[in-house]
Design a protein around this ligand. Structure first.
Ligand code: GLV
Length: 333
């Protein structure tokens, strides 16, 4: 067994939860700043390390793996998405890439639903109106009228763990459920009376809320673009808690400006943080969140535990490492 003190690890952000305690005894270099480390900083700090515990805001590419050196054994990402890591390059080098899998599914489904409700029932503008002391008449018959959530149709793009958790909430809200997914999920279909559609345009044409729960890859980049917005109902809302680049933000802005769709609830953006000049910031028909899908105490703490456990499973393993949440089993000898 490898001694803990012989294992050097670079952690790119201070994490909530038990990660540091779990990794006690390892030779830890911690980036303590509020901002992510710059690439130059990662290149400098990673030299000679056996592991990196990184975030979705750290791009881990070939250059970084070169700078680390051949003793780098694991890239453990404190995230469910892993498009920020060059997995093919890591696999080629026999470096394990691990992630936090579906630990955040329920938390992210909660945020997707928070956005659905906020968009449909004008929650944010209502709060703003009260705070800005613009609530001048008590109860009014037509104040801030919104849209039904119950009885409406939700169109889920991607019925993995997060999409299924959203579907379960939708069922509780008495919504009709449609989904489009690479893989058909008959168990969820019969449990929740969800309708599978093979054609994304069909889902877009019938949904009152379109919610994205697919991963970002070459195929899904700008999956939702001007042509897709044309297919949506004028009264529909787009909800995105997955990755910003699945939606063409430029086309979304045009669709919102021209009234092609009613509004959007966004937790993710093509650039994060969003540009200070983005027209989205001035729009009334959007609800904007700063990528907080998994941000509840328990979830973030569990994610930290999983990310640290993966590192221990690889660096301090008794036998052949077999981390539970491995992205690239092909990296195993
Ligand atoms: C959050 O977006 C994650 O991938 O963990």
């Amino acid at each position: 067994m490898v001694k803990r003190s012989n294992s050097a690890i670079y952690i790119t952000r201070r994490l909530p939860g038990p990660a540091l305690k779990m990794l006690k005894g390892l030779d830890i270099t911690l980036h303590n700043g509020k901002e992510p480390p710059t690439k130059e900083e990662i290149l400098k700090r990673i030299a000679g390390k056996n592991a990196i515990l990184c975030m979705l805001s750290d791009r881990i590419d070939k250059e970084i793996m070169d700078a680390a050196g051949p003793q780098l054994k694991i890239i453990s990402s404190y995230s469910t998405g892993f498009e920020h890591i060059d997995v093919a390059e890591a696999t080629r080098r026999g470096i394990y890439v691990t992630f936090t899998s579906d630990i955040l599914a329920e938390a992210t489904a909660d945020i997707a639903f928070a956005l659905i409700l906020a968009c449909a029932r004008n929650i944010v503008s209502a709060d703003r109106m009260v705070r800005e002391k613009k609530w001048e008449v008590g109860w009014m018959p037509d104040l801030l009228l919104g849209h039904n959530v119950h009885g409406a149709t939700i169109g889920i793009i991607g019925l993995g763990k997060i999409g299924s958790s959203v579907a379960r909430r939708a069922r509780g809200f008495g919504m009709k459920i449609m989904y489009y997914s690479r893989r058909r999920n008959e168990a969820v279909e019969s449990e929740l009376d969800a309708k599978y559609v093979q054609d994304l345009d069909e889902l877009l044409a019938h949904s009152d809320f379109v919610t994205i729960h697919t991963t970002l890859n070459e195929e899904s980049k700008h999956l939702i673009n001007a042509k897709r917005f044309e297919k949506m109902k004028k009264t529909a809302f787009l909800i995105n808690t997955s990755r910003g680049a699945i939606v063409s933000q430029r086309d979304l802005i045009s669709a919102l400006k021209s009234g092609m769709i009613a509004g959007a609830g966004l937790d993710v953006f093509e650039r994060e943080p969003i540009e200070k000049t983005s027209p989205l910031l001035a729009m009334k028909n959007v609800v904007l969140l700063p990528h907080i899908g998994s941000a509840d105490y328990i979830t973030r703490s569990k994610m930290a535990e999983v990310a640290a456990r993966s590192i221990l499973d690889v660096l301090v393993a008794e036998k052949e490492p077999n981390p539970k949440y491995l992205v690239n089993p092909q990296a195993q000898p």
